[in-house]
Design a protein around this ligand. Structure first.
Ligand SMILES: C[S@@+](CC[C@H](N)C(=O)[O-])C[C@H]1O[C@@H](n2cnc3c(N)ncnc32)[C@H](O)[C@@H]1O
Length: 519
């Protein structure tokens, strides 16, 4: 058994004085309202774009502050509102500056509500939250790399092995590798594993870039032919030949979903790109570029890429909450392929400079039953006990993880394991769903803990609104050592409610007698 380093204990005490409580203490109220503005103070109303410009943030940041209740919503007359009509939303620059100055002083109101002042990451700009490969592909329910970094830096050291049994898009793996730790991720969804593998693979970056840009160039040529673009350089394919090409591409598409959710031009462009992929070496990388472009090319409103319910008719105008004007759903895919090709190559290159030589293992499987010893047999980690877990499990009844990438499953014909997903949205949040959730998450920890050293540190990021984790800890043979609280804006883009997230620090419970490392 390895002894906990003294450094860990003292650091823990110092950093966690505020924002953490022992399991016995009661939770502080969550809602924090902005301080009322003193009478006679000019509100200095601004649109989101103007406000972002004025304080050097993005409009996304400003929306975050509104959703977290840090600044209020106003209409154009300066009246506080809860719901803005089209185009009338304003914020107060006075209020915004006051909030940001509190944040800067480290005196933000979170502090008083028992939320950890450092774990809000308010002053981390969007580009840092989504740095390098973290934004290679959208994924609902991702955590920000700074959260992983904060805990790994304090509780683990270089060369240690970190497991994430709910890997998702691989945030823990990327961040852990950057911090010179070995990482292992498990996920039930094949597409999530592909995203994580593409993010973490080692590339000859120049070669990868050449392939991405070549596929983009060829799709551009195809699209010009398709649109019969008046391009002097380009001898147009005869009409008959073009017709035959289109027919053969459509013959390769047997997905009703693809035929319904994309305009005809977008569909042909994505099918053409897909057909080319087998001619390249970095096939999953190209699939990730294409999938990201395809996600943004659905016949949906620009403001609801995350959870669209049904496709809009081609050409249908709607009021766009994102662009604050009338918009139409996109009809082509090429512009998105352009946008994401160079971006992907650049992000790979950035991570390539930061990555360490530590091993990264992605395992596609059910974390309740996966045999980690076998899965690691051929890796440099074979036979070594795992030093800790950093993970964020699915929350009960919140997201259908396969469904969020339905377009990718349909486009690439990837097989699905929906029935093995823990706590899916479709099963709801009923008492029965919660009981099943406790059973399943406990099964994951029981399975994983067998491979952890006896003094391993286990961090679980959870939105435990039903207070299920004390029971999960008990059933898994763990004890909760500390709880850290942080506020999060909607992770799922499914509602306007911000919520509180708990990071449970747990340890194997020596008294439970249930667990012994099997190595
Ligand atoms: C909250 S997400 C993790 C997100 C991740 N932290 C990130 O930053 O991308 C939870 C993940 O658990 C996965 N999952 C659900 N049931 C599972 C199971 N039985 N075994 C393994 N993974 C599962 C889902 O597919 C999903 O990707």
């Amino acid at each position: 058994m390895r002894v906990m380093k003294p450094k860990t204990r003292s650091t823990k005490k110092r950093v966690a004085r505020v924002g953490r409580r022992t399991a016995r203490e009661t939770r502080a109220p969550y809602a924090i309202k902005p301080k009322p503005i003193p009478p006679q103070t000019p509100l200095e109303l601004a649109t989101l774009e103007e406000a972002a410009l004025a304080v050097g943030k993005t409009t996304h940041n400003i929306r975050d502050y509104i959703q977290r209740g840090r600044i209020a919503k106003y209409n154009t007359e300066g009246k506080r509102i809860t719901r803005a009509q089209n185009g009338e939303l304003r914020v107060s620059l006075y209020e915004l500056r006051a909030f940001l100055s509190l944040v800067a002083q480290g005196n933000e109101k979170h502090h008083h509500a028992g939320l950890h002042p450092e774990l809000g990451f308010y002053n981390v700009p969007e580009r840092e939250r989504t740095k390098h490969v973290h934004r290679l592909h959208p994924y609902l329910g991702k955590f920000i790399p700074q959260l992983v970094e904060w805990f790994l830096a304090r509780y683990f050291t270089e060369g240690e092995i970190i497991l994430d049994p709910f890997m998702g898009s691989g945030t823990t793996l990327v961040q852990g590798n950057e911090m010179k730790m070995h990482t292992i991720g498990i996920d039930i969804s094949e597409f999530n594993c592909r995203i994580a593998r593409v993010k973490t693979a080692k590339y000859d970056v120049e070669k990868a870039r050449r392939e991405i840009l070549d596929a983009e160039r060829r799709t551009t040529q195809f699209s010009k032919q398709l649109m019969r673009a008046p391009d002097a350089q380009l001898p147009l394919i005869p009409e008959e030949k073009m017709k035959a090409l289109k027919a053969s591409l459509l013959a390769e598409c047997d997905s009703e979903y693809l035929k319904t959710w994309f305009a005809p031009r977008a569909l042909l462009e994505m099918l053409y790109y897909r057909r080319m992929i087998s001619q390249y070496e970095h096939q999953d990388l190209l699939r990730v570029v294409l999938s990201r472009a395809v996600r943004s090319s659905r016949l949906i409103t620009h403001y609801d890429l995350a959870t669209p319910k049904e496709p809009l008719p081609v050409g249908k105008e709607y009021w766009c909450r994102k662009h604050l004007r009338m918009c139409k759903p996109i009809e082509e895919c090429l512009s998105k392929i352009h946008a994401y090709s160079e971006d992907t190559a650049r992000r790979l290159e950035q991570f390539n400079h930061l990555r360490s030589d530590k091993s990264i293992t992605v395992i596609q499987g059910d974390s309740r039953t996966v045999d980690l010893r076998k899965a690691l047999e051929t890796t440099p980690l074979a036979g070594r006990p795992i030093d800790g877990i950093f993970t964020s499990p699915p929350y009960v009844g919140q997201i259908d993880y396969h469904d969020q990438h339905i377009y990718a499953y349909e486009l690439f014909g990837i097989s699905r394991n929906d029935q093995l997903e823990i706590g899916p949205k479709r099963n709801g949040k009923s008492r029965q769903a919660q009981e099943k959730y406790v059973e399943d998450i406990s099964a994951v920890f029981c399975n994983s803990l067998r491979f952890l050293r006896d003094d391993a540190k286990i961090f679980v990021v959870a939105n435990d609104r039903f207070k299920l984790y004390p029971e999960i800890a008990r059933r898994s043979g763990m004890r909760i050592v500390e709880e850290f609280y942080r506020a999060v804006t909607k992770r799922t883009e499914q509602g306007d409610d911000p919520y509180q997230e708990t990071i449970f620090m747990m340890a194997k419970d020596e008294n439970s007698g249930a667990l012994k490392t099997t190595g």
